[in-house]
Write a protein that binds this ligand. Sequence first.
Ligand code: NDP
Length: 387
Amino acid sequence: MNRKIISSHYSRRQFIHDMSLNAGMAALAMNGVHLYSSCNSSVSDQNKTSAMAQNSKKKPGIALVGLGGYAGGQLAPALQQTENCYLAGIVTGTPSKIETWKSRYNIPDKNIYNYENFDNIKDNADIDIVYVVLPNSMHAEYVIRAARAGKHVICEKPMAITVEDCDKMIAACKEAGKMLSIGYRLHFEPYNLEMARLGQKKVYGNIKKMNAGFGFTIGDPTQWRLKKYLAGGGPLMDLGIYCIQGCCYTTGMEPIAVRAQEGMKTDMEKFKEVEQSLSWQFEFPDGIVAEGKTSYADSMNILRAEAEKGWFEVNPAYNYSGQKGATSDGPMDFPKVNQQAKQMDDFADAVMNNRPTPVPGEMGRRDVKYLQAIYKAMRTGERVEIK
Ligand code: NDP
């Protein structure tokens, strides 16, 4: 088994241990090395920390803002499995959703808000963390309002649609003395963690080339994901961001320049406002080239690295479950996890223990900067340097 071969070189646990010793977690997070720190403690270590924290402090309550597909399909069910936090409240603009949520998750009336009375959440001691799960362009407003209401915040990806908005969100959380984290669930997923370990530890030598692609066929042509003012762009904002993340955590580096090309539009009704597909080429330090591709009309789901002494990949890479991985030595084999439960438990633990999150707002801002650079390269046809 691949895992055995790897462990004979350098074990995952040893790597994690070394990484934790070598630098502070916040610094790691900014270099893409964070991926290990995010899952750096074993489950039993984490439980110990949580148990310790919970003895002295109350378990944080989370309020979900925007009860759509992701909040209802993934986050609320995951919050039934979390150990360090629980679903305490909801914020919705659709009154007809309330009854179902109330009865399914036992949420008291006093913990139910709408977008108008949302700021009153400041007086609610049950709610410690606000999780913003709204369309992309609404993230900034609700993160800022949550911070001003004195709550820690998790914000879904992409953090915002402009870097300027990201700056305001980070500033609001700093000013309020609250933590801000991005919903980067793959930092808690074992196959993606393994990609980061293999790449960053150079288990197969220096990486030469990376390939990352994420796409699916989008349905309803009226949905917000196809509206520029709500989504900020097309599949790049929604799916391509996973490929960007994957290349950063696998190399442990940050791209220095990019070129990009928009794909042909075959459905003008759906893709009036945003791109249908997009390809880009990142230049990383040491001559590493990372080719990315995203689409709302084609299926792809891969993260692959080619290195001096072999290759490693996860395919499918970005789903909620069902990852499959292999290296030039054979298949990977890791246990199934609930990514969202791990992600929220880690943030709750960070809040309780006053330690940095491995997926901070600064990382979300960094990625929005890359998204903007890709769009600029696409529009201009030029090589865009990233600073
Ligand atoms: P949905 O369209 O399913 O849900 C969005 C919800 O936001 C709506 O149901 C609604 O909730 C609320 N909302 C408020 N204003 C608007 C508006 N003008 N238009 C549409 N909805 C509005 O989206 P998703 O749940 O799929 O995505 C939400 C966020 O989560 C996005 O930023 C997305 O990128 C991210 N996401 C992240 C995933 C991940 O794996 N990390 C996976 C999927 C999404 P209500 O009726 O309660 O007000």
